[in-house]
Design a protein around this ligand. Structure first.
Ligand code: DOR
Length: 429
């Protein structure tokens, strides 16, 4: 007999069915077996969810797990341990590994390794071009067969318009999501922070917002022609938000995501020369931040992601100009999005869960994102009120590169269940 678990008395939020009410959830084996009154009765285990939110498991569609090749920064095991502690039941991992995920062999490797060691579901994102070099198409068809859920050269955008067009046409044939890291590197080469007054004052080489906007603009035109579902990774600039909004208003299949740091931090902070404030795209102006918030509020930006980008201390201890781009995010995303979006009433809870679970599941075409009966029991229990302090030293990620260390925050995942198995409980801390 399969094990049954009753999650009792929580505020159940399921954006896939517009449910937001206090009820019970029954899980039998690896599936959701009933909600509300359907769930009444006994179970092998009862979890008291009084005062907690019960939501479909969170899904982060933009994570760097670093395996294969950079296991000093993170592994599939440590990255997904961090994920599950942050309330995520699934992550989609970017292909800028070494070797890159650019053929079926690497995609299969990640899936096999995940099978052995992962704490969450792991969905590989295949590279669009060989070696992510932007010149020759990668083996997209074989990677689809092997299990790649989407395609991107993330870390880089595809500069060559003809290659980009062909990649879009190819990806559209398989109805996979085309995710672009929008950056025209002819405008950004050597830059380490946003182009603006602060960069000028600090004398640092800069990355203008228009470098993001111009690639998004080209791509939206190309994607319309290619008929591909097009997704802008880590939006940071007001101009990009405007473009995505307009394309969506015209009915084009364009979507976008944003990270917590682009909703909470601005370029002025780089005056501290703290390499944990260095990421790509960089922290932008207050006006860009406001535009991103507005984009989230009106649904232009429908997905909330981390861009979890671990780097070892020795790299992040370099000077601001020399340190690599990127910060970790899996264990801090939920409270930071609460602060940026719930506390400021940009989103309500069902909208936040839709952007952190239901929508990513739909875009990637993967399980989860719902509490429908008979679907996989990927469930996150959230204490929305608990107050705590972010402590980089306590993190499960192998890396410590966060600018949020020491921040007082509110809200966190207290239990994460993948396929009916409890994979994380906060009491374990
Ligand atoms: O900050 C970033 N770090 N941006 C990227 O696009 C890549 C990522 C990484 O892999 O470190």
């Amino acid at each position: 007999m399969s094990k049954s678990i009753l999650i009792r008395g929580g505020r159940v939020i399921d954006p896939s069915r517009e449910i937001d009410e206090k009820m019970d959830v029954l899980i039998v084996g690896d599936k959701i077996a009933g909600l509300g009154r359907e769930a009444a009765g006994s179970a092998d285990e009862v979890i008291d969810a009084d005062g907690l939110l019960v939501t479909p498991g969170l899904i982060d569609m933009h994570v760097h797990l670093r395996e294969p090749g950079h296991e000093d920064k993170e592994t599939i095991e440590t990255g997904t341990a961090a994920a599950v502690a942050g309330g995520f039941t699934a992550v989609a991992c970017m292909p800028n590994t070494d070797p890159p995920l650019h053929s079926d062999a690497e995609v299969e490797y990640v899936l096999r390794q995940a099978e052995l060691v992962a704490h969450t579901r792991v969905y590989p994102i295949g590279a669009l071009t060989k070696n992510r070099a932007g010149r020759e198409l990668a083996e997209i068809g074989l990677m689809v067969k092997a299990g790649a859920v989407a395609f991107s050269d993330d870390g880089d955008g595809i500069a060559d318009t003809a290659v980009c067009m062909r990649a879009m046409e190819y990806v559209s044939q398989f109805d996979r999501l085309f995710i672009q890291h929008c950056e025209d590197t002819s405008l950004t080469r050597g830059g380490c922070m946003n182009a603006g007054l602060t960069a000028t004052r600090l004398g640092l080489p800069a990355i203008p917002a228009v470098a993001e906007v111009i690639m998004a603009q080209r791509d939206i035109t190309l994607a319309r022609q290619a008929g591909v579902r097009y997704h802008v990774a880590h939006v940071s600039a007001a101009g990009t938000v405007d473009l995505v909004r307009r394309a969506r208003q015209e009915g084009q299949a364009v979507t976008a995501e944003v990270c917590p740091h682009h909703l909470l931090l601005t370029e002025e902070m780089c005056a501290r020369y703290d390499p944990n404030l260095k990421m790509n795209p960089p922290l932008r102006s207050q006006a860009d931040l406001q535009a991103c918030l507005e984009g989230v509020r009106d649904g232009t930006i429908g997905c909330l992601v981390t861009d979890h980008a671990p780097h070892v201390n020795s790299e992040k201890e370099l000077g601001f100009q020399d340190a690599p781009f990127g910060i970790i995010g899996l264990e801090t995303a939920l409270p930071l999005f609460i602060r940026a979006l719930i506390d400021s009433e940009v989103l309500d809870w069902p909208q936040l869960i839709a952007a952190m679970s239901t929508r990513p599941a739909q875009l990637l075409g993967v399980s989860g994102g719902t509490l429908k009966v008979d679907r996989v029991a990927d469930v996150t229990l959230i204490d929305p009120e608990i107050e705590w302090k972010i402590d980089a030293e306590k993190m499960r990620s192998k890396s410590r590169n966060t600018p949020f260390d020491g921040w007082p925050v509110r809200g966190r995942a207290v239990l994460t269940m993948v396929g009916g198995e409890v994979r994380y409980r906060a009491e374990q801390e």
